[in-house]
Ligand binder design. Structure first.
Ligand code: HEC
Ligand code: HEC
Ligand code: HEC
Ligand code: HEC
Ligand code: HEC
Ligand code: HEC
Ligand code: HEC
Ligand code: HEC
Length: 482
């Protein structure tokens, strides 16, 4: 691309990423806090919950004069309002409550993939937690990461099956979504703490999103561990390439400021692919006038600004802005470019995209088509997770398939291959295909495998079983038998 066009695209991109969606409203106004009635809370709570109060005393909030009541205050009409020592308070402090002062972070977080994490699991919950686990698992498992729907009991107390909870998309009694203390430990609420990779790993660990392990195994993780005193984590300003250069953390790439790119509380903004799905698709991010957002697969044409489109809740909304996959990739690359060259960054992304496409074409699509065939021919019951092959298929895309893709996106060769694509291959050839034969019978099974697997170039090696076999040492030095 020639230079002027490049610069124009850059400016358009910046204006999209930084301005129209997130018109920053500066609302930190000292008149808004320091409620006199809030001073009473401290003397009591120094005794009844000393640890919590000490954390607050060492926080920026205390320093600025923001007291307990400034956050915990409630209206009598609020569903979770309680009368406590003569004052109306609520235990829950929702994103909407924080937005009394922090409008920008609230607006960014609203509608993000994080804030929609409860809707995401609704469909899968009955099959996974219901069939394989049980209600207790929903409360202490899924909901702790994704978020509960907090219920208020008749006396104003919180239903113990739904709280304590600081899941990332928690549905609050005031209708707002999320919990700002998912990442910001209370009652310190320090940004230095939230910049640490450890702020993310409570949820981003495990077989399908092993980002902690991926990061630690990457060169970036290696350098972060060795040079963390050069990371300027406690700085007020924290711009990659300016305030620190030693290594990026999760936050640098997914949220942080880099050069002219501003920081954001929408972690999905810079991601082009849907990595955690049976088949990865490139996605556009559509932002509505109302602040809601949806992810739109590339196969559906991106809408224009100002046009009408169906929102996640089924109602129509006016499109405010669209970030196409290319724009999202460019935003992520702007972070890399603070420390790396353009060819380096592009080539890395090429290696990553190639892994995603290899997974899609060689395993993801054929396995999905085979499963669809087995269901449509009545060879499997429609009930999820009651047959062995359903677990094999699930693990193929959800566990090792996702691991391979995460490994390649964030630079861990171990997760890309040994804990990723190697296991995908093993499960596909040694478990999935034999189970297809078991479920469909030899004749029908062979035909299904022939049309979805053996006929593809990537699996052609299966059609040549007598090639030299280095595992046994058999055939060493012999020409390939073909
Ligand atoms: C007279 C002493 C006293 C004062 C004043 C007081 N609290 Fe408390 N508060 C307590 C005690 C004791 C508990 C713990 C109750 C328990 O453990 O059952 C508590 C509990 C709470 C809870 C937790 C409720 C729950 O459901 O877990 C919150 C939130 C709270 N106080 C906030 C405040 C705020 C905000 C103020 C100031 C407006 C305040 N308190 C003033 C003594 C006090
Ligand atoms: C910056 C806002 C903020 C301030 C200031 C604040 N809190 Fe909280 N507090 C929270 C949040 C957020 C939670 C988590 C509740 C939830 O799940 O939404 C919480 C929870 C609590 C709880 C119940 C949870 C637990 O761990 O027992 C108590 C008690 C409490 N706060 C007391 C206080 C007291 C006392 C002060 C003043 C010394 C105070 N808070 C100041 C935001 C705040
Ligand atoms: C340890 C925290 C954690 C627990 C527990 C958890 N999830 Fe998730 N879940 C995540 C994270 C993180 C993602 C996002 C993965 C990504 O995009 O990399 C996710 C993604 C998902 C997705 C979207 C795509 C995918 O990967 O499948 C669904 C659906 C889902 N979870 C359902 C559930 C259900 C149902 C449960 C409980 C039976 C559950 N999750 C338990 C953290 C968790
Ligand atoms: C996914 C984790 C995460 C969640 C959830 C989260 N934050 Fe943050 N927050 C961070 C990180 C990381 C930083 C530091 C960012 C930086 O320095 O670039 C931060 C910084 C901040 C800052 C300081 C901004 C500044 O420029 O000084 C405020 C205020 C804040 N968050 C408020 C909130 C509020 C309000 C919510 C809920 C609506 C929230 N955060 C939810 C991770 C999170
Ligand atoms: C009544 C106003 C008010 C409310 C409500 C409020 N904050 Fe703050 N917050 C402030 C002020 C003032 C500062 C200090 C700003 C500064 O130092 O520049 C601050 C600073 C912060 C910081 C940056 C701390 C650092 O290390 O620099 C974070 C993170 C934060 N708030 C998160 C939250 C979260 C999360 C909530 C809701 C649970 C919340 N705040 C509720 C006023 C508020
Ligand atoms: C309390 C749990 C929790 C914490 C803490 C958390 N996340 Fe997440 N995160 C999730 C869940 C659940 C999802 C899947 C949500 C969805 O797809 O709707 C997710 C999704 C994501 C995604 C995928 C977005 C996409 O495009 O699909 C990214 C990137 C991400 N988180 C980054 C982070 C970072 C960086 C941190 C730490 C600063 C963090 N998360 C902290 C639970 C969490
Ligand atoms: C060097 C930059 C970088 C660092 C550091 C980094 N990531 Fe990523 N991450 C990426 C890129 C690039 C992708 C792929 C984006 C895309 O879809 O195009 C990605 C993908 C993801 C996804 C999958 C999103 C999806 O589509 O499902 C999650 C979740 C995630 N990262 C979380 C984390 C967490 C948590 C950490 C820290 C433990 C972290 N990342 C560290 C760059 C980074
Ligand atoms: C804050 C600076 C910083 C940022 C931002 C950053 N990196 Fe790095 N990265 C480094 C450093 C330093 C190294 C180590 C260089 C070395 O020793 O090879 C490194 C190493 C790498 C390596 C391994 C190189 C090798 O040959 O072993 C890859 C790949 C990489 N980065 C990709 C990325 C991508 C992609 C992004 C953006 C999504 C990114 N980096 C963002 C600082 C950064």
């Amino acid at each position: 691309m020639d230079q002027p066009a490049n610069r124009l695209l850059f400016l358009v991109l910046l204006s999209f990423l930084n301005l129209p969606i997130y018109a920053a409203k500066v609302t930190l106004n000292p008149d808004q806090w320091g409620d006199p009635a809030g001073k009473e809370c401290i003397s009591c709570h120094k005794k009844s919950s000393a640890g919590l109060t000490a954390q607050w005393e060492n926080s920026k909030h205390a320093e600025a004069g923001v007291n307990c009541l400034d956050c915990h205050k409630a209206d009598v009409d609020d569903a979770d309002a309680i009368k406590h020592e003569g004052v109306i308070i609520a235990t829950i402090v929702s994103p909407l409550d924080c937005s009394r002062c922090h409008t920008t972070e609230y607006e960014q977080q609203k509608g993000s993939v994080h804030s929609e994490a409860v809707d995401l699991i609704k469909e899968r919950l009955p099959a996974l937690a219901g069939h394989v686990g049980g209600n207790a698992i929903v409360a202490a498992g899924c909901d702790q990461c994704h978020g509960s729907s907090v219920r208020v009991l008749g006396d104003g107390t919180l239903d113990p099956t739904t709280w304590p909870n600081s899941g990332i998309g928690r549905i609050n009694p005031d209708g707002s979504k999320g919990s700002c203390s998912s990442c910001h430990g209370r009652h310190k609420f320090s940004k230095a703490q939230a910049r640490e990779p450890s702020a993310c790993v409570r949820c981003h660990s495990g077989p399908d999103s092993p980002d902690k392990a991926v990061y630690e195994a990457s060169k970036h993780g290696m350098l972060f561990a060795a040079q963390r005193d050069e990371m300027a984590l406690t700085n007020d300003s924290w711009v990659a390439g300016k305030d620190y250069t030693a290594a990026p953390t999760c936050v640098s790439c997914h949220m942080g400021a880099a050069g002219k790119l501003k920081s954001t509380h929408d972690v999905g903004m810079r991601n082009m692919w849907s990595l955690n799905s049976p088949i990865s698709e490139k996605q556009s991010l559509v932002v509505f006038e109302s602040g809601e957002k949806i992810e739109l697969p590339e196969s559906i044409p991106a809408p224009r600004r100002g046009s009408e489109l169906t929102k996640a809740d089924g109602s129509m909304g006016k499109v405010k802005a669209v970030a196409t996959p290319a724009r999202r990739r460019q935003a992520m690359s702007m972070v890399c470019l603070e420390c790396h060259s353009k060819p380096f960054t592009k080539s890395f992304m090429r290696q990553f995209d190639d892994v995603v496409m290899l997974y899609n074409e060689k395993f993801g699509r054929p396995a999905e088509k085979i499963m669809q065939t087995l269901y449509s021919e009545g060879l499997l019951t429609p009930t999820p997770f009651d047959e062995a092959i359903e677990y094999t298929y699930w693990e193929l895309w959800h566990d090792e398939g996702a691991r391979a893709r995460h490994g390649a996106s964030m630079g861990s060769p171990n997760h890309t291959w040994w804990e990723g694509m190697y296991l995908v291959g093993r499960n596909f050839y040694a478990h999935f295909l034999p189970q297809v034969l078991a479920v469909a019978g030899k004749e029908r099974g062979d035909a299904i495998i022939q049309s979805h697997v053996r006929s593809l170039d990537q699996h052609d090696w299966l059609n040549h079983p007598r090639r030299a076999n280095p595992i046994l040492g058999y055939g060493k030095g012999r020409p390939a038998d073909e």
